[in-house]
Design a protein around this ligand. Structure first.
Ligand SMILES: [Zn+2]
Length: 245
């Protein structure tokens, strides 16, 4: 019943968010990592959609030795060489994964999601996923194994296509910063509330937003509580909607 409710909610939100004509039902998959004995562990995932680098977050991760999985786009990689260099200098902390080439939603019919125009065709979804992986290859990073599309919503057919390309799809269980639009206090509260097995999503590409300050506060609170952080490659992530199996 709970699963049904969750699915129904995801569908309802998606229906509401897209234009009504020809809109497909989209899925917003969740992801958890396996719970562990002890103080618990969480996976921090940070999206670098475009724009610049929030050095408040990047510095805090390095200084506090907090590992993170960073979902980067081709656009972001192009304009943030200094940040990429810092991440590559700390391979024990940062895992870089595929957030697409141009940050267009992996939805294979023409529609808008949160105002962003979808890829719009199977060919365009393929191009988005493959160009994201190609941009990462240029940096010398290991080949990505995870994909997260812009808006983190997918049409079921695009979902299946991405899985066929060999990528796991990275959902999440805690929306830490509401697309980087939340205030610092609410962001910190959401992240600090993470429990064993949670996968947090937030953004590392909005240095002028208050949310970034909240991301740092929330992470430090989790660390103080004794939770450990893992990257997606170091944990058994289990997603719904057939995103990881
Ligand atoms: Zn994004």
């Amino acid at each position: 019943m709970r699963l049904f409710q969750k699915y129904f909610c995801a569908v309802a939100i998606s229906l509401w968010a897209v234009t009504p004509s020809k809109a497909q039902l989209l899925v917003a998959p969740t992801l958890h990592i396996k719970a562990e004995m002890g103080s618990g562990r969480v996976a921090l995932t940070l999206d670098a959609c475009g724009g610049r680098t929030d050095t408040r977050i990047l510095s805090a991760l390095v200084e506090n030795k907090i590992p993170a999985t960073i979902f980067v786009t081709g656009i972001w990689l192009k304009h943030n060489a200094a940040a990429v260099e810092i991440m590559r200098a700390h391979p024990e902390l940062f895992e870089l994964e595929n957030h697409g080439g141009r940050h267009v939603p992996a939805v294979d019919t023409p529609q808008r999601i949160y105002g962003i125009r979808s890829a719009g065709s199977p060919e365009a979804v393929l191009a988005e996923v493959e160009s994201g992986a190609a941009a990462l290859a240029v940096t010398g990073e290991p080949a990505p194994k995870w994909f997260r599309g812009a808006t983190a919503e997918y049409s079921p057919s695009a979902n299946a296509m991405i899985r066929k390309l060999g990528f796991k799809i990275a959902g999440f269980s805690i929306n830490g910063d509401g697309g980087s639009l939340l205030g610092a206090k609410e962001t910190a509260r959401r992240i600090a509330a993470a429990k064993d097995g949670d996968v947090i999503i937030a953004h590392i590409n909005q240095p002028t937003h208050a949310a970034g300050e909240g991301v740092v506060q929330g992470l430090l609170a989790l660390k103080a509580k004794g939770l450990t952080f893992v990257r997606l490659d170091d944990a058994d992530g289990v997603g719904d909607e057939g995103t990881t199996d």
